[in-house]
Design a protein around this ligand. Sequence first.
Ligand code: FAD
Ligand code: EPU
Length: 348
Amino acid sequence: MHIQSNINLKPYNTLALPALAEQFVSVHSTEQLCQALVVAKQQGWLVTILGGGSNLVLAADISGLVIQIAIPGVETVGETESSVQVKVGAGEDWHQFVQLSLQNGWYGLENLSLIPGMVGAAPVQNIGAYGVELAEHLVSVDIVDLQSGEQKSLNRQQCQFGYRDSIFKNALKNRAAIVSVTLELLKTSNLKLSYPALQQAVEDIPEDQLTPQKVSELVCQIRRSKLPDPASEPNAGSFFKNPVVSTEKAQQLQQQYPELVAYPLPDGNSKLAAGWLIEKAGWKGRRIGDIAIHHRQALVMVNCGTATGEELLAVAGQVVESVKETFGVELEMEPRVLPEALRHREYL
Ligand code: FAD
Ligand code: EPU
């Protein structure tokens, strides 16, 4: 374990925002993580946990110790006739694990192909795409308490999953490091194809060729056609959550805008497509300084060069204001802002 000082985090976040970590360490085991926490306590350093940096806005330098979780490992820990339980280290790359699961005949994660980041961050916002959420396959999460160093396991219910939400964004925010995630995967396929773009993509595929691997390939194709690659256009995926409004509000908007994209939810509310709202408010393809609202997907904000996190948050604030003025709908950011204090001061 090698703690380094003044490390530039630009290569560690997919928005390529500049920020210095006062101290930085990469940990490859739970033991190393606990050692790092002991040092942080001795030195009085704040601790910030980092995965692949694909859902972060670095708005300023980070004081204290940034711990990058690089804990490896894939292990089968249980098996029934129809399913396997697999424990995966938090530092495994999510997409590579999805590919490995499909190669091993463990099904269920195909719709979640090509989501950037590490396995350990997946429960934090309950990653979801193309009609599937992580929570559907999650059995438990092993964590280390950042204050006490105590190790615990949380089951699915205890994780309090919601749409892009979990206990790790609420009661356990900044309080736990996830070291492994145990998932239940199926031995036979049970394809989920109802998401409109996926449904369209499978239309011409003969049924006997519709395997989980094929669905994974199609999801990758759709994603590549819609979302910019952070390697060439630095971004953090969707910058805002799709807002949930009352059905009354959705109907009122639909009267004014018949083409509004709204999905009814089981609880009677409606989820609106934030990308549609931002596009309709006139932001799609616009550029302010080095920040662009992507020309194919208005929900994605891109760092076109040397933008800072503060500049990005300022433009995001303008988008939020404008959508609120136009539709009376409040957008909420999806990525986490670091350091945490800045979110309250600079944004919304
Ligand atoms: P980071 O960005 O490093 O961290 C995110 C948050 O989780 C931070 O608060 C961090 O402190 C915390 N964290 C990270 N690791 C741990 C850990 N081990 N223990 C405790 N806390 C931790 N998301 C979706 O849900 N669906 C999508 O379809 C999707 N598409 C995307 C497309 C693109 C092009 C990009 C850039 C992002 C996309 N995202 C999507 C967002 C992102 O991929 C996910 O949120 C991912 O899980 C973040 O993983 P990460 O390792 O990069 O986390
Ligand atoms: N739309 C527009 N204009 C745009 C973008 C989208 O009108 O500029 C419309 C589309 O035409 C479509 C609807 O909005 O009718 C939904 O678009 P899309 O299918 O691309 O999905 P999304 O709602 O924009 C969400 C997730 C993505 C996830 C996809 C697929 C959120 C915040 N985003 O995007 O997740 O990959 O669905 O399931 O829920 C992420 O979280 O980072 C992310 C990329």
